[in-house]
Design a protein around this ligand. Sequence first.
Ligand code: NDP
Length: 278
Amino acid sequence: MPRLGVLGWPVAHSRSPAMHNAALAELGLQSWHYQALPVPPSLFAQTARALSGSGFRGANVTIPHKLAALAIAEEASETALSIGAANTLTFSDGGAIAADNTDAPGLIAALDCALGRLRVLVLGAGGSARAAAWALREAGAGEVSVWNRTRERARSLAADLGVRYAEQTEAADLLINCTAVGLRAEPSEAAALALLELDDEKLGEYGYVADLAYREGQTELLVAAARHGARTLDGLEVLVAQGALSLELWTGRTAPVEVMRAAVRSRGSERGGEPSGP
Ligand code: NDP
């Protein structure tokens, strides 16, 4: 039985197993199976290296293993190397590990818009902000700026990737939240926006707002953005897009995106307070 999975810590609440198993069934790959693989950081390298011997063809990688996943791979795509992190591992028959990053192209696919002249403001300076800023720069966005609660991290990300550092949250065509704000409900919408140094008035300055964080129901950021008439994109769409690209790498088949979307949005895969990401 060819096996796939998602390595994370914690990972019990991941929606990836439901999403990928629905896709595998739709593709007629009934003998394949995708499962959650909870692995603490201290055991990540040895567990990942052992997977191919247990019939695994590939694995997604989520918090906190994305840097370690790149480090253990024998081969890596240009995208993974440039970002410095991998979210997809593919195991060869001989056990060699190839690393890729589908977070970056997944985000661009999910955004589904012409980026050429857009000013983009990325919120955050962690792994997903890094992938987003790199992807947007590569996709030719008009201007990419990065803001973060801890300024020094945004400064250093901007310098590394050759994008702009934003001292304050500022007006842009596209706003992308790549922080952990939104993962859990805040006491009020204003409180959630304040963590991002935004308020209701400032939110009127963005035509398109994407939030990588997701949980049951919409995040405060997306609720407020929609009220201002902005186009919105939630983290589940990004999850589906990166998952589809990973599945295509492992199976060589076109991913059934509608089936994957329905699986992540079905009530059965919804649990309150779960961490988002693959
Ligand atoms: P990291 O831990 O690498 O980065 C976390 C970021 O969130 C940092 O910029 C941090 O700022 C910021 N942050 C955390 N808490 C707060 C707070 N209370 N107020 C303001 N900023 C805060 O995480 P990732 O980059 O891997 O993930 C970020 C988000 O994106 C998560 O919600 C994750 O679940 C989601 N995600 C979703 C994916 C999807 O497919 N939809 C894929 C990958 C990630 P500081 O530097 O100041 O600590």
